[in-house]
Write a protein that binds this ligand. Structure first.
Ligand SMILES: Cc1ncc(COP(=O)(O)O)c(C=O)c1O
Length: 366
């Protein structure tokens, strides 16, 4: 029988949804079970495929929610400009929100933004403002923040959603968590990458209210400061930071995994080759940590991993042999077990490493 016809009426309605406005297409993303070769028996994990959002990533959720809340509070006046710093995904969501609610959008970014994203942003009607030099201490992120401050100071009506500190960025993910509960029932282990901290905080909060024993694994990149490592060179984009975002809910995490770019490339390409479902750096890193969790928990444990986006914008990096060769990212098969450190300040990590002591580096002496 045709698979769609064999679904329940509710599932069929979701699958064949009809939308009258583009903003309402956000959310209701599928989950896919990921197993071999990441695991060797029936154990696996569920990947929440956020690439199915209209802008191609989970960031459509906070973009639309922050704009709606900003308008409801009167902080964002009708027709006023939205200005935000982003490496791309949130910008695409803001372009959608700006179109739906009638706001011009300026996306402040750096030369690392892939041309495909810049072109799509412009096609969606957004202005792309590129900073050309990193800040000497806070890197590209601080340079972008400074540029946003400059642009908003010059335009008194302009509004910056400030995804790093805005609690609406966290609250925006309530829907994602509720979808997971509908799709999987109570979740035992949640695996999320961390950039602004928004989705890990928002999803963990709701899932933990249903299962207080929920284990949360945070996934970061090597060279990121978020979990107490020193700032270093970062090839991986999306996850990680060179500043300390206020939205990171440190208390929510049971452990953190740092992943290196070659390991993420292996995971992305293996996902593509075995599950026809992959994505960018954060997807690869999350898949690595989630498959470790699947191998190290009893059969029957429900593990949910958020895959923030799809592969398209990484065609010239993760999926490009020349790029990967140039950065020595090919031919690395990650170990089955990560290295372990007992404190984030123990040493500088350069490849997949886990740590069960999670501390807020802005409060703890490392
Ligand atoms: C592709 C991708 N992965 C992961 C993240 C991290 O998510 P969050 O900002 O909710 O911590 C982001 C954030 O920009 C992203 O764009």
């Amino acid at each position: 029988m045709n698979h769609v016809l064999s679904m329940s009426p509710t599932a069929r309605q979701r699958r064949l949804a009809r939308f009258d406005r583009p903003g309402t297409m956000v959310g209701h993303t599928p989950v896919l079970h990921i197993a071999a070769p990441f695991t060797t028996d029936d154990r696996g994990f569920w990947a929440k495929l956020e690439a199915a959002n209209p802008g191609g990533s989970m960031k459509d959720r906070p973009a639309v929610h922050m704009v709606e809340r900003g308008r409801a509070r009167g902080a964002l006046r009708p027709g006023a400009r939205i200005v935000e710093s982003t490496s791309g995904s949130l910008g695409l969501g803001l372009a959608l929100a700006g179109m739906v609610y009638g706001h011009p959008v300026t996306v402040v970014t750096d030369p690392g933004m892939e041309p495909i994203v810049q072109n799509m942003l412009r096609s969606y009607g957004a202005d792309v403002d590129l900073v050309t030099e990193p800040h000497p201490v806070g890197g590209w992120q601080q340079a972008r923040k400074d540029r946003v401050a400059q642009l908003t100071a010059a335009d008194p009506g302009a509004w910056c959603p400030n995804q790093y500190n805005n609690p609406d960025n966290v609250e925006a993910y309530r829907g994602l968590a509720e979808e997971l509960l509908d799709q999987l029932g109570a979740v035992d282990v949640l695996v999320c990458s961390v950039g602004t901290g928004g989705h890990s905080a928002g999803v963990a909060r709701v899932l933990r209210s249903v299962n207080p024993d929920l284990q949360v694994i945070g996934v970061d990149t090597v060279g990121s400061t978020i979990f107490g490592q020193p700032a270093g060179k970062r090839l991986m984009r999306g996850l990680g930071s060179s500043i300390y975002p206020a939205n990171v809910d440190y208390a929510a995490f049971d452990e953190v995994h740092w992943v290196g770019p070659a390991e993420a490339v292996w995971a992305c390409r293996t996902l593509a080759a075995t599950h026809y479902s992959s994505g960018g750096w954060s997807v690869g890193a999350v898949a690595l940590a989630a498959s470790w969790a699947a191998r190290n928990n009893p059969s029957g444990t429900t593990i949910a991993a958020v895959f923030p986006d799809g592969p398209q914008r990484y065609f010239d990096t993760v999926y490009n042999d020349d790029y990967c060769r140039e950065h020595s990212l090919l031919g690395v098969t990650p170990p089955r077990e990560p290295a372990v450190i007992n404190h984030p300040g123990a040493r500088v990590v350069e490849s997949w490493t886990r740590c069960t002591s999670v501390v807020d580096p802005t409060r703890a002496a490392l």
